[in-house]
Design a protein around this ligand. Structure first.
Ligand code: HEC
Length: 239
C-alpha cells in the first residue's frame, strides 16, 4: 500500500538525512523536511540530534569558517589566490567540486606540511576535526541541519558547555601564532577576561558597534547564547 511506504519514508527522514550524495537537502529549503505532508496532527516534538550523524550546518560549516576563511588569500571568496575555492557556504563549497573529487580530503591530510590545509600560521586541524569531516563526506556530504530543541540551562560549565563551542566556532581564528584580535581562546584566562569586560557577551549577541562574532556564517543559536550569558553572569568560572 502506498501509505505504508510513506510511513517508511517519514520514519527515515525524521531529523536525519543519509541519502547517498544528493547535494541539496530539502529540509533547508522547506523547513521541517516532511515535504509538506504529514506531521500536522503530531504533538510538538522534542528534537534531539542523532550523535551518529554529522550535521553540516552545526559542525562542518563552523569548522570551515573558523579555520579556513580568515585573512587575505583565504577561502572567503573565490579568487585566483586561493584556487577559486570559497568555503563560506554549502553551495560555494559544492560548486568548487573539492568535496566530490577528493581534493578537500587530500588537502587536510597532506603528508607535506607545506601543502597541508589550513596553512601556517593557522593551526592545523585536530585529528578529531579531520575525522569529523571524513565522516561527513562518508555520510554523503549533505547540507543537513539539526538544532536540538531542549536547551540545558542548568548544567552550564566551561568544560562541558562553553569550551566545545569555542573550539568549533571560534578557535580557528582565535588561536595559533597570530590569533585574531590578539585574543587566543585556547586558554581559559583570555576568554575569562573578555567575559568579564563585557566584550564576549556583546560580540556573540551582535550588539551594534561591537565586532559581531563569529564574523561570518551563522550566529550562535539562541540556546548557545543563553548558555554563554549564564556562564558569564556566574563570573565565567573555569569549571
Ligand atoms: C573568521 C574568524 C573569526 C571567528 C570564527 C571568530 N572571530 Fe572573534 N574576532 C575575529 C577578528 C578579526 C577580531 C577583531 C575584530 C576587530 O577588532 O574589529 C575578533 C575579535 C573578537 C572579540 C573582541 C571584540 C571587541 O569588542 O574587541 C571577541 C570577544 C571575539 N572575537 C569573540 C569571538 C567568539 C566568542 C567567537 C566564536 C563564537 C569568535 N570570536 C569567532 C575573528 C574571528
Amino acid at each position: 500500500m502506498w501509505w505504508s511506504l510513506l510511513g517508511v519514508v517519514l520514519a527515515f527522514s525524521a531529523c536525519q538525512h543519509e541519502a547517498p550524495l544528493s547535494p541539496v537537502d530539502d529540509t533547508l529549503l522547506g523547513g521541517n523536511g516532511n515535504g509538506g505532508g504529514g506531521g500536522s496532527e503530531e504533538p510538538e516534538e522534542v528534537v534531539t540530534c542523532s550523535p551518529t550523524t554529522v550535521w553540516f550546518q552545526q559542525q562542518i560549516q563552523p569548522l570551515l569558517i573558523s579555520n579556513c576563511t580568515m585573512g587575505n588569500g583565504c577561502h572567503s571568496s573565490a579568487t585566483d589566490d586561493n584556487d577559486e575555492i570559497d568555503l563560506t557556504s554549502y553551495q560555494a563549497l559544492m560548486n568548487s567540486g573539492i568535496v566530490q573529487d577528493g581534493d578537500l580530503w587530500e588537502a587536510i591530510n597532506d603528508d607535506d606540511v607545506e601543502d597541508r590545509m589550513p596553512q601556517s600560521p593557522q593551526a592545523p586541524l585536530t585529528q578529531e576535526q579531520i575525522d569529523l569531516i571524513g565522516l561527513w563526506i562518508q555520510q554523503g556530504a549533505q547540507n543537513n541541519s539539526c538544532e536540538p530543541t531542549a536547551c540545558d540551562t542548568v548544567n552550564v560549565t566551561y568544560s562541558g558547555t562553553i569550551r566545545p563551542v569555542i573550539q568549533s566556532r571560534c578557535q580557528g581564528c582565535h588561536s595559533g601564532a597570530t590569533p585574531q584580535g590578539g585574543l587566543d581562546f585556547s586558554s581559559w584566562s583570555v576568554l575569562n577576561a573578555v567575559a568579564n569586560d563585557g566584550r564576549l557577551a556583546a560580540s556573540i549577541q551582535h550588539v551594534a558597534g561591537v565586532p559581531a562574532m563569529p564574523p561570518s556564517g551563522s550566529r550562535l543559536s539562541d540556546c548557545r547564547i543563553e548558555q554563554f550569558l549564564i556562564w558569564i553572569d556566574a563570573g565565567a568560572p573555569n569549571n
